[in-house]
Design a protein around this ligand. Sequence first.
Ligand code: SAH
Length: 490
Amino acid sequence: MSKPTLMRTPREPRETRAGLEPLAVLPVFVPLQGKRAVLAGSGGGAPWKVKLLAAAGALVDVYAPEPSEELRAVPGEIVSGAVTLHERAWTPEDLWGAAFAIGAMEDERDCVAFVAAARAAGAIVNAVDRPHLCDVKFGAIVNRSPLVVGISTEGAAPVFGQTVRARVEGMLPRGFSAWVAAARDWREQVTARFHGFSDRRFFWERFTERAFAEPDREPGAADLADLLGDTEAAPRGGAVALVGAGPGDAELLTLKALRALRNADVILYDDLVAPAILDYARREARTMLVGKTGHGPSCRQDDINALMVQLARSGKQVVRLKSGDPLVFGRAGEEIEACRAAGIPVTVVPGVSAAQGAAATLGVSLTHRDAARRLQFVTGHDRRGQLPDDINWGALADPSVTTVVYMPKRTLRALLERAVAEGLAPATPALVVFNATRPNQASVRGSAADLADRIEASGLEGPAILMVGEALSEARAAALASEASARMAV
Ligand code: SAH
């Protein structure tokens, strides 16, 4: 029998939907401008809640037989909405027409009755310090109205929530208020001027870039004119961007990659692209797995090319998202060629390749002056999934080279044995990094002579790269040091 070759069952590109993790609560935002709200009682939380309702523009009636000094002062302190203090107990009639009702009384039975009456009147109900009686709960707020951020830990960690709030405060310049207000004022004009989704999106993206670049400058008519002009002049029609997703850690995406993901109508991605990366896509974008794994079933390259071209022809912004860097063992050449042949504009956004991601997490220089004069990237696979016959063994055995082997898993033993037979010193440091830059990253270290056995014994899974060369001796030393300190720490 001939050697088994890698038989791939072709598979079809398939549309995927980003799953949504469970939500502890559903954040919703309640417009209260000009609506009636009722608060009954004068418990500790009452004054602040009244101010919140008034800040949201509500007309607040407060029923408190014995209001505290603080509560009494509220009507004089507010700058929006209106507050009327009634110095008496609430009655069910007081709730008619209320959009929002808050029970802030001390007596539990009174509160239960209030909540029932408020619900009967159709109001949204909250009860201070009584979560079991609440339809809705308040969170921490960052106010850049009309931009409003609500933060909840669902009661789990209020102090933690406050710290998050402080951080978000710091992230959002005060000037965002004016920018978001300008967006509200300009929206109608923009919508009337541009009918296509992608034009509008173009406008709003440029707008947002400006806001982030100069948050504390008041936007004005000149900004609107510029942005309208830029949008008129923007290129029309579909295009393809080959985008590097990096090895897994989403923070390794480039700003350009992020922009391309936010702009994309359709994203065609490989199995190796870490799921966390897709979270950066626009929610409305279609995502399609055009799975190409090393060994599992794959979509045919021709099908992927055809799909890419067809989507771009229909006017879509297509992102072809590839793990690592698109131009490193990514068959990008064929995809670029297919786009060019079809007259589709195509661009490439580079990414952090697996070798770089792995080296960074190991903290080793791949070109350490004393150990390496040359760095080479080699594939462990040929088209049939076997060790390529045309590897330059002399180059692999060179003592002053660092070699990084992509797709090494099936052929690792054969590759290292042959390299040693061709003159690579058996003691040369060698290691495999699995899942580089991902939370489950793991590495197995050894020498050219023993690494294959160690890998087999490790039982580790996932995308992996092999690195061989004297430059990696540092990584081994560092590993030993950290293992030793871990032992000491125990
Ligand atoms: N364009 C990619 C390489 C695609 S070839 C890049 O530049 O990284 C696919 C191979 O890349 C895998 O078989 C594996 O060898 C390597 N690879 C991709 N992501 C990896 C990761 N997170 N950790 C280790 N190796 C990875």
